[in-house]
Design a protein around this ligand. Structure first.
Ligand SMILES: C[S@@+](CC[C@H](N)C(=O)[O-])C[C@H]1O[C@@H](n2cnc3c(N)ncnc32)[C@H](O)[C@@H]1O
Length: 408
């Protein structure tokens, strides 16, 4: 995905050196008057640790390909006022909408992947916090009670639940884990906050798969035997149960929803499940903040396959722009450029002249100059930022662009 350190240019190394002696921008200090050239978005891991990047509802469920909330906050403060509307045509896990709400800015998000829309809705919805807590604890304790009678009688539980012949669930879960997930799922219709419970179920299902601990993002085949674990530097065993995850994530979810409820505003959040090349928006927008998919990098449906299988969500992978399964050939790049151009042109139809389109992207193939030229915006500025990430066994370093375009 990235240029390795040795391939950074002399200029890029000079920029890293320069910014290492300057304090990174503090998002809450940014105002509409802050000049773009004063922004220093070159946070190191120490400046902006993972717990800050995944604060409150941002970490309700893992999502590969998120942008960091602090960048969104900076550009919301710079270009939007309270009561205006921001649009994110690739809303993913909902980062733009979550941050906008805290600042009293209305937000619309669109995404082609049904699970991403579910997750965004769950994050941005307003909760009766006491009721939410009661329901989250109740379903998990009822699941625990109901698991017991079946412990020695696998046959009778198989009869009780539909979908036990689901190929994916059979392959990727030990019988005990599958049973616990299906019991939990069968009770969701009894509660008010069903979507929140679906997200807890999905997060638990992700952890309860028969995978190695170091390959939770895109495991290729089920891990049924003990294995040497790079993450823990010892022999680990594939998990047999899901209940411990359901319990752990229930408590974590309650805590995160409570935290966010204390800082959220009454601003509206609207989530549209659809293709942002053509999805109709319900109103005019002040501008856009987004991070588009890249060419041939991630399959956004596939990364949450367990959720689609367990929750029976509809799939629209064919309409995903830049999906990994479509490759990164020259023709895939042309189709991508055309698709992104359509998305921004369409968003521009809902904007007044002068509105901003802020795009956070690692434009490694230099595709965005052409896109800008074709979609009715003029290039106002570009802020570059050094990204040096170390997560688990992956480590990479590159420069990411923040393009600021203005509606003509
Ligand atoms: C880089 S991710 C966005 C992540 C988001 N900024 C966040 O913080 O979670 C790109 C998103 O674009 C979505 N996407 C791809 N093609 C799309 C299309 N045609 N219409 C709408 N969304 C699409 C993918 O499903 C994915 O969630």
């Amino acid at each position: 995905m990235s240029k390795q350190h040795s391939s950074l240019t002399h200029e890029e190394k000079r920029v890293i050196e320069y910014y290492s002696n300057h304090i990174p921008t503090r998002p809450h200090e940014v105002t509409p008057e802050t000049p773009l050239e004063h922004l220093n978005l070159n946070w190191t891991e120490k400046d902006l640790p993972e717990r800050e990047r995944t604060k409150h509802v941002h970490r309700l469920h893992p999502y590969l390909g998120k942008f960091i909330p602090q960048i969104v906050e900076i550009f919301l403060r710079k270009y939007f006022k309270e009561g205006e509307t921001v649009y994110d045509p690739f809303c993913g896990s909902g980062t733009t909408l979550v941050e906008a709400n805290v600042l009293g800015i209305h937000a619309i998000g669109c995404d082609i992947a049904a699970f991403n829309c579910l997750l965004t809705r769950v994050k941005t919805q307003e909760y009766d916090v006491d009721l939410m807590r009661k329901e989250v604890l109740d379903i998990v304790s009822k699941t625990e009670e109901r698991v017991q009678p079946f412990l020695f009688d696998l046959h009778s539980w198989e009869d009780e639940f539909e979908d036990t012949d689901n190929e994916y669930l059979r392959m990727w879960y030990a019988p005990q884990a599958r049973k616990e997930l299906l019991i939990y799922r069968s009770m969701i219709p009894n509660y008010q906050y069903q979507d929140l419970l679906k997200v807890i179920l999905s997060r638990s299902a992700r952890s309860a798969r028969l995978t190695t601990h170091f390959d939770l993002d895109f495991p290729k085949s089920p891990q049924t035997e003990p294995y040497y674990c790079y993450k823990h530097s010892r022999i680990c065993y594939p998990t047999q149960e899901a209940l411990k995850f359901l319990k752990r994530y229930s408590l974590d979810t309650i805590h995160r929803i409570q935290q966010y409820s204390r800082i959220r505003s009454k601003a509206r959040s609207i989530v549209i499940w659809g293709d942002s090349r053509k999805a109709a928006l319900p109103c005019f927008i002040g501008g856009v903040i987004t991070s588009p998919p890249y060419v041939g990098l991630i399959d956004y449906h596939e990364q949450h396959r367990y959720a689609y299988e367990l929750l029976g969500l509809p799939v629209k992978s064919e309409d995903e722009l830049g999906a990994a399964f479509k490759g990164n050939s020259q023709s895939a790049k042309e189709i991508y450029k055309q698709g992104i151009t359509e998305v921004f042109t369409h968003a521009g139809d809902y904007m007044k002249s002068g509105g901003r389109l802020v795009i956070i992207v690692h434009d490694r193939d230099d595709l965005y100059a052409d896109i800008a030229a074709q979609c009715g915006f003029e290039v106002e500025d570009t802020v570059r930022r050094h990204v040096n990430r170390r997560t688990g066994r992956r480590s990479h370093e590159f420069f990411e662009e923040v393009f600021v375009w203005r509606k003509k």
